[in-house]
Design a protein around this ligand. Sequence first.
Ligand SMILES: N[C@@H](CCC(=O)N[C@@H](CS)C(=O)NCC(=O)O)C(=O)O
Length: 417
Amino acid sequence: MASGTLYTYPENFRAYKVLIAAQYSGAQIKIADDFVFGETNKSEAFLKKFPLGKVPAFETCDGKCITESNAIAYYVANDQLRDSEILPASCAWVFPLLGIMPYNKQNVEHAKDDVKKALTALNSHLLTRTYLVGERLTLADISVAMTLLHLYQYILEPNLRKPYQNVNRWFQTIIYQPESMAVIGCFKLAEKTLEYDPKKFAETQGKPSKKEKKEKESKKESKESKESKEAKEAKESKKEAVEELDPTDIALAAEPKTTNPFDTLPKGSFDLDDFKRFYSNEDEAKSIPYFWQKFDPEHYSIWLGEYKYNNELTKVFMSCNLISGMYQRLDKMRKGAFASACLFGTDNDSSISGIWVWRGQELAFTLCPDWQVDYESYSWTKLDPTKEETKELVQQYFSWTGADKEGRKFNQGKIFK
Ligand SMILES: N[C@@H](CCC(=O)N[C@@H](CS)C(=O)NCC(=O)O)C(=O)O
């Protein structure tokens, strides 16, 4: 397993590729805590190891020096992630708005077109796929998602991202994985596109370089006060780097934000984990009566979720990916929910529906923004647990039998637990 030291400045999306890949592979990465961008990477010692003077840069425990974020990410990845990589859309739209590149209307308009083309292509690629390559998350997903991070963060407000529903769904799948959240925290999609502010660029440009600053300061200030100011700055930038980049700190800092919404609802008497264990280990002839014996209707509810776009379903395996993708995106919901979703029918003639049980009486997806990616593609009916029809539906979906309303026979089922 790879291990070593990563040199980077805080919030570097290129370094995120490396850090997220490492979350998956278990690679042991230490972030150089005394790194100061513009200084460390220009020092003689650094240039000796990394002649281009660019970051991220990675020094392995056995002394190999690697540059290029994609190469480092590949190096720290494991076999599952090393499938392929797709080069991303340009960030030329974002940087002028952040004030780190001059604003040139023509260039930005051009970049907008490029981004639209890239997103359109990506959107059709993802129409029938959960991930970019194959059926599991790979480095390609991490890499492309991180390159789109700023677009989703600063530019793609709801109207702008609306045409790219498949990309949106995929992007959210990637960024809400625990491994991604451990690095970037709880990501928020743009609510409003960042507006161009000419002052921002002037400020970043007007800021003297470290060398100019030194020269100016030596003229204006006494040596003593300059030294104390620099020491303070160095300390602060070091503090910032340590505070923002240590992966353990980031993971810990992300924790309070990930409090489970079900924790706010009373637990009741139904021990869902116990039922899940029973269901996994026992035959349905035992587990379904057990469910009814333990179910607490006051604190839990039962719902039928029916996919609204069955006529768009094609290959059975793709529809199954749709169900697994939804389950993955709802990872945190497992704590207070159980479901059995079934695919009925065959290729080009199928339907998806499922029986869901969760804590609380309301539609659970409304409790948390992370849970709202897929649920609107389903119609939700709350079932009365005292009714015979409900008992029949629970029996059918928990035991994976029967047919849908159109008579398509049960084909495959997936359990959310
Ligand atoms: N293709 C490289 C780009 C690295 C890069 O340009 N890094 C910038 C910071 S975002 C840098 O270190 N610039 C310092 C310099 O050019 O002197 C990668 O993906 O790692």
